[in-house]
Design a protein around this ligand. Sequence first.
Ligand code: XMP
Length: 516
Amino acid sequence: MATEEKVIVIDFGGQYNQLVARRVRECNVYCEIYSYRTPIDQIKAMNPKGIILTGGPNSCYEDGAPTYTKELFELGIPVLGLCYGAQLMMHVLGGKVEKAPVREYGKTETFIDGSKDTLFAGIEEKTIVWMSHFDYISKVAPGFDIIAHTADCPVAAAACEDKKLYAIQFHPEVLHTVKGKEILHNFVRNICETAGSWRMDSFVENTIKEIREKVGDGKVLLALSGGVDSSVLAALLARAIGKQLTCVFVDHGLLRKNEGDEVESVFGPNGNFDINFIRVNAAQRYYDKLKGVEEPERKRKIIGEEFIRVFEEEAKKIGTVDFLAQGTIYPDVVESGLGGESVVIKSHHNVGGLPDYVDFKEIIEPLRSLFKDEVRKAGLELGLPEYLVFRQPFPGPGLGIRIIGEVTAEKVRIVQDADFIYREELANAGLEKLPDQYFAALSNMRSVGVMGDERTYDYAVVLRAVETVDFMTAEASEIPFAVLQKVMSRIINEVKGVNRVMYDLTSKPPGTVELE
Ligand code: XMP
């Protein structure tokens, strides 16, 4: 990655910081996020082709507000300031920023007044942008021209073409800005004069080379879960070092129907790769540990701890390995507070943490610089099947948290079969890619029914399907009623032990996506 041309995003705490970086990469230019606290010398040493300053929640004229040294604008490197970044650029360079008489929020009609051959090349005179600000630029800095305005905002954008400095009040990274991608493309590719060579095929090729150099003839161990990240990592390592890689796949008996066999068919002895693959069928161990346990957090804890025990046992059999590979990806790094300015949302056990239960010398994290969609592209490049690469999210504790109350082998069988039918029928209806996540869960409720002439007293299955952008909030999907009816009738007819099917309408908040 060291030789790759790059654009740097300096993060002022804006909520769209990762999105800005992703949009840059969509222009085929590599991009990294750094906090505004990063010293200028460090930024200079990276020799970026361009710099983007993000939005942020502060007012740049207040004491203690995040700022950056003026020198940044004197490096001869193109700089694009977005929202707070734009205001800061004006503030630092001698313009004026004040509280706006009217707060602008939402889709806003904007008139383009300049930079029609550079930043706004190919953009119509009137365009819709996404605004979200309470401060505004009341006077541009010396040497800048106003290049866009709105009804309420005299400076929607300003430019100093000679120095390639651009300040825009709106958010081009958000899809509501109709020509946002084009504007970013103009900056990243044309103004920064980048070649645009960041592509997944070259990433895969270069990373394979890097892994070979780093690993030499050493041994690498990977815990393979069958999820997207660890599967892509396994494929990448397999291509790079073949038999020097050992993948341990712990089947905890809480996977979806056939999932264990699917993972084995790709990575096992008859699969696509020449590696050491160990499948541990630990279902009974997990069921024994979970016997009588009803409390959701306790279940999560037991499942997590048991994974460590099983993995540890397998690792001991293998003996000392040189490297432990982990499927850390870029959002994990940023959300752990290591890149950018975002608060620590969750500390990922796998970022920088060294598990002390495996005997190894070093951690390698070859996917550390990739966003999820890029991991998927790399997976396709590596020849992984689409069903693996486009898998919907599946929680680590698996069906353990989709079975309300005590987990038993019988309940696992019920929820696996019901979930399988649900997925099959959504696929038959051509809807399998519509909800962002969908699954069947097993409520702990049993109720009376009739089947034939018999009275039944069986379980109720809950169907869930949600639309969400970031899984922090979610809405129930509008699955057509006829499809739900078909799923209901198949589950009741084909899955023994179920006499009732319900559809969960709850949004998040107040609910969560998973039932436990
Ligand atoms: P919730 O239920 O918190 O789910 O609204 C949001 C997303 O996170 C997944 N999820 C988990 N993933 N371990 C995981 O690895 C967990 O314990 C866990 N709980 C929820 C869930 O599937 C959804 O995508």
